[in-house]
Design a protein around this ligand. Structure first.
Ligand code: HEC
Length: 206
């Protein structure tokens, strides 16, 4: 008779310490020769266990009293933070509407800086006084792209790229654009001397 396969594969028993060192034998706990000894839990295990109890009590009280944020609290706080960022961004670049432009131009707040920006960025094509060079005369009443504040803003912001009018939005940004719009609004219909001949159609404000 051949030996069953498993006997030849049996692993050697691990070395154990002598039985006297096992600790206190728990009487009546011997089953099939397996005995149980009353040994203390390892210290690391015990302290981890105590710590988890302390944490559990702290957490239970904390989450109800409010020392600790619930997921909902965290969500609300994060949403509020995002709302604040969005509101700040909206304030930094408000929506441009005809009313908004009217108010900005009428306030006169941007005129001075706008005049300087015009001299720096626009005069090379529109003339030192807006009388027109390569670009059209901005002191007459005729406009190629419309003469409303919104039209002027849009052309200054986005340019007329196929006609060599650059887009200035990225350079001038919010304040700069309001500046050149304010300045152009202040020189329109002044018909400075030596101005370029009128182009486009006469703009009549409603
Ligand atoms: C490189 C030359 C050049 C520069 C610099 C330039 N422009 Fe122009 N601009 C033009 C040309 C050319 C046109 C006419 C576009 C067309 O024919 O459609 C124009 C048209 C315009 C118009 C529309 C005029 C109308 O009749 O409707 C406005 C407004 C304007 N420019 C504002 C500005 C401002 C503001 C700046 C400076 C921030 C500026 N431009 C700088 C060349 C220039």
């Amino acid at each position: 008779m051949t030996e069953p396969l498993w006997t030849s594969r049996r692993l050697p028993m691990p070395e154990t310490k002598p039985e006297e060192e096992f600790g206190v034998l728990i009487e009546g706990h011997t089953y099939d020769g397996i005995k149980e000894y009353d040994n203390p839990m390892p210290k690391w295990w015990l302290y981890t266990f105590y710590a988890s109890i302390v944490w559990g009590v702290f957490y239970l009280v904390g989450i109800n009293v409010g020392w600790i944020d619930t997921y909902e609290d965290t969500l609300k706080k994060e949403n509020a933070r995002i709302d604040a960022i969005v509101a700040q961004a909206a304030e930094a670049s408000p929506e441009i509407t005809p009313e908004y432009l009217r108010e900005a131009v009428d306030s006169g707040e941007y005129l001075e800086s706008g005049k300087a920006a015009f001299a720096a960025y626009c005069a090379s094509c529109h003339g030192q006084n807006g009388e027109g060079l390569v670009g059209p005369n901005l002191t007459d009443s005729s406009w190629l792209h419309g003469g409303s504040l919104m039209d002027i803003y849009t052309v200054a912001d986005q340019g007329v790229l196929e006609k060599a009018m650059p887009a200035w939005g990225a350079v001038l940004k919010h304040d700069g654009l309001l500046g050149v719009v304010s300045y152009i609004d202040s020189i329109r219909d002044t018909n400075v001397e030596g101005g370029k001949e009128a182009q486009g159609t006469v703009y009549k404000p409603e």
